[in-house]
Ligand binder design. Structure first.
Ligand code: ATP
Length: 138
């Protein structure tokens, strides 16, 4: 079955939303294959966000993502990559549909970086790459 890398970002972790995110993942029927609380290093984030390097939001994004602990989670289940992105909702939490994690729990906090609670891998190739970054022993 398919695996995806989910991060509860520093805003979600700090707000105590990790349990709510995990609850939605499990309620959907996906299982947890790995779970860790880590404060990301800039090296990890440079690897994770390599595709965004050079974009105007890249440095603020790395600053934000390294600002505190995140919950890193490997989820498992049929089509869980697309399925979790559907659970997460649109990138911009102001526009994300009600019923989604970002739509129900997020908004635009007026920060330089969108604090949108969660990350989810966007393709099978990204999932394999990202799981290798956050869980090298898995
Ligand atoms: P994620 O990869 O976190 O699940 P996504 O795939 O919806 O989100 P990407 O386009 O991959 O979004 O961007 C990665 C992250 O960079 C976003 O989740 C958001 O935190 C931040 N980001 C993306 N676009 C912008 C932007 N225009 N301004 C500020 N931050 C942005």
């Amino acid at each position: 079955t398919e695996r995806s890398l989910v991060l509860v970002k520093p805003d979600g972790f700090q707000r105590g939303l990790t349990g709510e995110v995990l609850r939605r993942i499990e309620a959907k029927g996906y299982t947890l294959a790995a779970l860790a609380v880590v404060t990301p290093t800039r090296e990890q984030l440079a690897a994770h966000y390599a595709e965004h390097e050079g974009k105007p939001f890249y440095e603020p994004l790395v600053d934000f993502m390294s600002s505190g602990p995140v919950a890193a989670v490997v989820i498992e289940g049929q089509d869980c990559i697309r399925g979790f992105r559907s659970l997460a909702g649109a990138t911009n939490p102001t526009e994300a549909a009600p019923g989604s994690i970002r739509g129900d729990l997020g908004r635009d906090w007026g920060q330089a970086v969108q604090q949108n609670i969660v990350h989810g891998s966007d393709s099978p190739e990204s999932a394999v790459r990202e799981i290798g970054i956050w869980f090298p022993d898995l």
